[in-house]
Design a protein around this ligand. Sequence first.
Ligand code: SAH
Length: 494
Amino acid sequence: MHSEKKNETVSLHVTDLGRHGEGIGKTADGYTLFVPGTVPGDEVEALILKAGKTFGYGKLRQIRKASPDRVVPVCPCADCCGGCQLQFMKYEAQLAWKQKKVRDDLIRIGGIQEPPLGPISGMQKKLRYRNKAQFPVGTGKDGKPVAGFYEGHSHRIVPCSDCQLGAKENATVIRVILEWMQEFHIPAYDEQTGNGLVRHVLIRKGTATGEILVCLVINSTAPEKDNRNPGYSQKRRKKKKAEGLRTEWKNELIRRLTEADSFFEEDSFLTGLTINYNPENTNVILGKRTECIWGKPYLLDRLTSEKYGFSVTYQISSQSFYQVNHEQTQKIYEKVLDLAELTGTETVLDLYCGIGTISLYLARRAAHVIGVEIVPQAIEDARKNAELNDIQHAEFFTGRAEKVVPELVRQKNIHADVVVVDPPRKGCDPELLRTILQISPEKIIYVSCDPATLSRDIKYLTENGYRLAYAKPYDQFGMTVHVETVVLMSRKDT
Ligand code: SAH
């Protein structure tokens, strides 16, 4: 029987980390407590915030003896920001934990007894590796506009313009935008009332090109000429339009941001400024319509495979997905090519293809590539990217992979030697997996950002004619709990 109660302070020996990066420890009488910000090997005192029968949640009160794996976080916001759950841990310990997490999931969820798992690939650049940042904008206690991040599990904005994972230029862009808002009395959006204008600032940087694209998300419908949404009545349209950004404000922002270029790193420059219109009462950051008010509505970046001796240039719009870590993405895509072992005669399907990133890598070595992606803007980018790189044998389809692929099988009787999937965290749709089995490719290459759903899908595939031939984790998201895995499934009869 455990006697631990809420609001009690207990001593704890931390021995493990939970899924969300919180330390897990036991009290002297064996009660389990989850405490964020603690590291395996720590001896701590923690306040019990929530006490269940067998386990509870606590708050770190004091470190009595620090783990040898504990380090002082670089970022002053590490404590209150939910983003970097592992910044308290030595990088090597972070890698070891991620490797173990993938292995454990493959065994426990995937049912693979001895996973053929390569060693995790770590990042050279441990900070400032993210090429994308999104800052919510709000109003501070003093009435001035602020930008930063949401405090863990809340919608309170903690001011912070220089996340250590992001580009150095972000801080300059944010400073310019906040000063501009303050001087022209442009109000930040208020989630409670639905009033105000500026909701988010999105900044993307092409690591190889230095191009910076800034997107300002505002609480307004798109200007009349762009607004083809019949859901808005004339009256509402007028009202919303009046609340939009005035032309003189836009011009002033353009002037200030283009001048701020001089504060950027030597090879970096502003390539475009876009306004995204999101009048909905929603947590979704981007609305449907984007207007480019200066420069280009997209940025360019380049990924290179030294091993295969080529580069691919990509155009990336504000709405399209693009991998956030340039260094690791190059390694992952190269691994996909290694595992595909293409000879130049194959047909390859790239499902969840985004802007055709993997598709165009594969196209360098395959006879025919078919990409499928749900976001229309991303498919527009993908087609443009094929053109940009002079690739004629890649075609792209818009829609849900689980709907489009069965249709392609039914109507065009498509076949594929290799199928690549790179789904979001929830993994592949069961209908899609069934269709892949029907296509029966020799190889399935699965790029996953969630080892749990990956393992669930591997289990299904191993029960239906495939075996797990190889898996390798990649640290794309250092300092956070996330881990990417590349997997090769081979047809058992090959
Ligand atoms: N392979 C790409 C994109 C991977 S991210 C790359 O490496 O850059 C996952 C992509 O899946 C996103 O672009 C997302 O828009 C898309 N997506 C999400 N659900 C989908 C679905 N049901 N069908 C097709 N694409 C989907």
